[in-house]
Design a protein around this ligand. Structure first.
Ligand code: AMP
Length: 110
């Protein structure tokens, strides 16, 4: 989507500290970390939120979780939280579906 910050990051049009990438998924450090490790995993396809998921996105959502697992293994994380905020009332500020990977000393509840 044209003015979507995470679409631009996924395309490399806005700089980010990328930690994972494949055909469908990109992962990068959160610019304002709420934990020692705070990574965002996003689909390259623009999906506004969980509310906008369709049947066709089933496999993609699996890929997102598996990307989180891969990143966690690469960073040797023993435990972590995976969080998806949904809608403004659910704390979602960026309207491009993303999975937060948070680990160790989580400072804020997000
Ligand atoms: P949410 O509140 O679930 O929508 O989370 C949005 C997250 O995106 C926040 O944790 C922000 O710190 C993060 N964020 C916003 N802009 C950027 C950016 N340009 N690069 C990396 N992370 C970002």
């Amino acid at each position: 989507m044209k003015n979507c910050v995470f679409c631009k990051i996924a395309k490399g049009e806005i700089p980010s500290e990328r930690v994972f990438e494949n055909k469908n998924v990109s992962a990068f450090l959160d610019i304002n970390p709420k934990a020692k490790v705070h990574i965002l995993i996003v689909p390259k396809k623009h999906i506004e939120s969980v509310k906008h998921l369709q049947e066709i996105d089933k496999e993609l959502m699996g890929e997102i979780i598996l990307a989180a697992k891969t990143v966690a293994e690469e960073k040797n994380l023993q435990g972590y939280k995976l969080v998806i905020n949904v809608g403004r009332e659910g704390g979602q500020l960026v309207d491009h579906l993303h999975l937060h990977l948070l680990s160790s000393d989580v400072k804020l509840s997000i």
